[in-house]
Design a protein around this ligand. Sequence first.
Ligand code: PLP
Ligand code: COI
Length: 368
Amino acid sequence: MQSSPSRLVITPSATILSDSARAERMSKLSFGRAFTDHMALIPYRDGAWQQGDIKAYGPLMLDPACSSLHYGQSIFEGFKAFAQPDGGVATFRPEANAARFNRSAARLAMPDLPPDLFLEAADALIDLERNWVPKNVGESLYLRPLMIATDPFLGVRPASEYLFVLFASPAGAYFPKGVKPVTVWISEDYVRAAPGGTGEAKCAGNYAASLVAQAQAEQKGCDQVVWLDAVERQFVEEMGGMNLFFVYRDGEKVTLVTPALTGTLLPGITRDSLLQIARDLGYASEERRLSVSQWRADIASGALTEVFACGTAAVITPVGHVKANGFDMTINNGENGAVTMALRDALLGIQHGTAADTHGWMHAIKPR
Ligand code: PLP
Ligand code: COI
């Protein structure tokens, strides 16, 4: 479908940061703390998406009775734009995020956002914020789209008015210590998602419900929580806000195992991309269930040589130690593994435009 430029009115901010203030803000990037000058807003009412705006970044005015604040009718996404060697900017698989956004919307009884409108808003915002795209490897402009229910009504039913919001944040490493192996706590007290629940959706409530488990992991001296399946409480699902991969070696043969998408895991776009990159690098891969007891046995036997987590924000993060009630095991001497780092380099190479984009994943932002 041809998109019409009139769907978004661009009003440049009157208070754009000076070059020096922006450079200062971008000189020590972490994750999620700095925001660019503009944001996109598109309201939905009377059964249709209305004229949208790109305007100065700032607080939203919401009615206190709007149901996103009470009942959590709220979804989000995360994807990244990267500076390219030719001086341009490109996003990584944004159409996959647009598609997942709509799957999350459907699960939360929210309206579909036409993927071309999602992309048009992202392209227009990124084009306006080119100066905010960091240039260093591992740094990017992180895009955060969200949709919230906005009509004031306290009854529990799908809202009739919504707001799509998109803003951007120059981002460095997600974990403060950079690419260093993390220590994980396998949660036996909490579950993230149950069959029939919202585990596959990127909805706000999933993250609110995870916080107490993450706090428990930290009390146990760990960086991150690992979730198990809700029914048998023995199969590994995810790590915090990231998918997990297990690297097996048998002589020269490398096999990547990642938990199957059973309906309770978030289908990660990084996960999907790494399954493809694994094939490109000549690694075998398997999507299947993996129990904690198997994980332990495979570390002990030496068959399992590396474990890592992956996601948009944190890219690839090695897992160096795994703990739970009654055990504490080290993986790969607590060091970054060779397969983990090869996959990370291959992914970052495509994203930063230094390796061939053989799968057509990069979406160039055309100057207006
Ligand atoms: N799992 C959860 C629960 C997440 O929040 C995320 C982050 O988006 C992921 C996995 C990884 O998904 P993606 O690679 O699409 O960022
Ligand atoms: C992402 O990786 O983009 C996420 O959304 C994970 C987390 C920051 C919630």
